[in-house]
Design a protein around this ligand. Structure first.
Ligand code: C2E
Ligand code: CA
Ligand code: CA
Length: 286
């Protein structure tokens, strides 16, 4: 266990065994078994959080977010399990289920004033180790009947910065099919700018940590305004996440941000609630 800890901390590390390491390892193993059981028993759910187009004020799509309906502990948010799931051997299989379910859900959403809603799907890094990822995306689109340009794959820096060329190749294949790609948590990594340069995407998602204090903090204002400008110069769209107040919306609109997503509009909703939200928030006759 100490060796394992040392290896995880990087090269040339020294770790001394402590009993808490054993307890931790047992907890991890237990959670991994629970996750496998949960997947087998169909306890995962995909909820949808609406995204709003700032120019029209109308919903333009949603992000699919994973929830775990635990039989004893109730509805669990990703913070309780997503890291363990991402590390688990079942990550590719769960990721593929998420992809299929998100496409199926989105294919059933109504067309609003001739506009079809996009769905954003988060990937686990392990899904990028799979040579057949693009085929799996194709299969999910085919099975659901969802048009490719309604699917948006959300990438993080960990995925994009692999230096074996896999990310580049996959990105090109996805985009050549008309599938949209976005950079998630933009601005939080070490290499956000060089990513834009190396791997062009359709849009960037400004991380919640910059949006939170954008009204009060001069520094966050400068960051959000600059990210928006840079994205524009790369011909990319911009969406801000974690929007909770009207004042944030006014600023983001002034900065030229295209879309927003956040609790001001809605949290992620279970499929039936999301469809109800859609019908409540769509202006009736055009
Ligand atoms: P993320 O991709 O950055 O997702 C956005 C998170 O921000 C979601 O948390 C969402 O509920 C939360 N959020 C949205 N608007 C607001 C707001 O106005 N205020 C606040 N405080 N929070 C807001 P959630 O659902 O707990 O997910 C956390 C993370 O777990 C996600 O971050 C993503 O990294 C991961 N995750 C969630 N679902 C999936 C999935 O299906 N697949 C994969 N690979 N990862 C997922
Ligand atoms: Ca995301
Ligand atoms: Ca994010």
């Amino acid at each position: 266990l100490a060796l394992h800890h040392a290896k995880r901390a990087g090269s040339l590390q020294l770790r001394r065994f402590s009993p808490s390491m054993r307890a931790e390892a047992i907890d991890r193993r237990h959670l991994d078994l629970e996750l496998r059981r949960a997947f087998r028993d169909g306890e995962f759910e995909l909820h949808s959080q609406p995204q709003i187009d700032l120019a029209s004020g109308v919903v333009s799509g949603a992000e699919a977010l994973l929830r775990w309906r635990h039989p004893e502990r109730g509805l669990l948010m990703p913070v309780a399990f997503i890291d363990a799931l991402a590390r688990s051997a079942i990550a590719p299989a769960v990721g593929n289920w998420i992809l299929q379910q998100a496409c199926r859900d989105a294919a059933g959403w109504p067309v609003l004033h001739g506009r079809r809603l996009k769905v954003g799907v988060n990937l686990f890094p392990a899904q990028f180790n799979d040579d057949a990822l693009v085929e799996k995306v194709d299969a999910a689109l085919r099975a659901s009947g969802l048009p490719a340009d309604q699917l948006e794959i959300e990438l993080t820096e960990t995925i994009a910065l692999r230096d074996d060329g896999v990310a580049e190749k996959t990105l090109l294949q996805l985009r050549s099919r008309g599938i949209r790609v976005s950079y998630d948590d933009f601005g939080t990594g070490h290499a956000s700018l060089s990513m834009l340069h190396r791997l062009p995407v359709d849009r960037v998602k400004i991380d919640r940590s910059f949006v939170r204090d954008v009204v009060a903090s001069r520094g966050d204002k400068a960051i959000v305004r600059s990210i928006t400008l840079i994205a524009k110069n790369f011909d990319m769209e911009v969406i801000a996440e974690g929007v909770e107040s009207r004042d944030q919306v006014l600023l983001l609109r002034e900065f030229g941000c295209h879309e927003v997503q956040g609790f001001l509009y809605s949290m992620a909703l279970a499929p039936r609630l999301f469809e109800r939200w859609l019908s409540d928030h769509v202006p009736q006759a055009a």
